[in-house]
Design a protein around this ligand. Structure first.
Ligand code: ATP
Ligand code: MG
Length: 151
């Protein structure tokens, strides 16, 4: 299997890719987002929110760690940047085995708490408006999901 890579050329591009992805996700799904500051993790999550029919403005949860949104499926937007180097469990099980979709920015900082089956997404800065987005599906469900969005 080749690499599951897509390039986007604007924030809108990234949002519509995420929106398309959101429509085929299921309750309990976990998405991890890795990428430098300003890569586009929150932008991607905004697209997920739109795809789940969430109209509320999604803001960066940096100071709250988790924000919940009501959609066709609930969205748990997590930014665990502040948990780097700590092993604090903020009740991850409820988010990762709940009725909603969990999207985790800086997921590498809570590696030990992540469920094995998940969709790992990495976003790399190419230039001002361009990004390389790579999908690494773990498990059969996410392999199908990735196939459906990038063929
Ligand atoms: N192709 C693109 N995809 C995503 N974002 C883009 C793209 N081109 C430009 N941008 C801009 O890059 C910025 C990405 O910011 P964003 O808050 O999404 O990053 P982040 O990865 O969540 O950062 P942080 O680590 O601080 O949480 C936004 O201002 C967005 O408009
Ligand atoms: Mg962010």
């Amino acid at each position: 299997m080749g690499k599951n890579i897509i390039e986007t050329y604007s924030a809108e591009d990234t949002k519509s890719l995420a929106e398309k992805l959101a429509t085929i996700l299921k309750p309990g799904d976990v998405l991890t987002l890795e990428g430098d500051l300003g890569a586009g993790k929150t932008t991607f999550t905004k697209g997920i929110a739109t795809g789940l029919g969430i109209n509320r403005t999604l803001s960066s949860p940096t100071f709250t760690i988790v924000k919940e949104y009501e959609g066709t499926i609930p969205l748990y937007h997590m930014d665990v940047y502040r948990l780097e180097g700590s092993d604090e469990d903020i009740g991850f099980d409820e988010y990762f085995h709940g009725d909603g979709i969990a999207v985790v920015e800086w997921a590498q900082f809570i590696e030990d708490y992540l469920p094995p089956e998940r969709l790992n997404i990495s976003i790399k800065y190419l230039d001002e408006e361009s990004r390389v987005i790579e999908f690494e599906p773990v498990g059969e469900h996410f392999q199908k999901v990735v196939k459906a969005i990038i063929g």
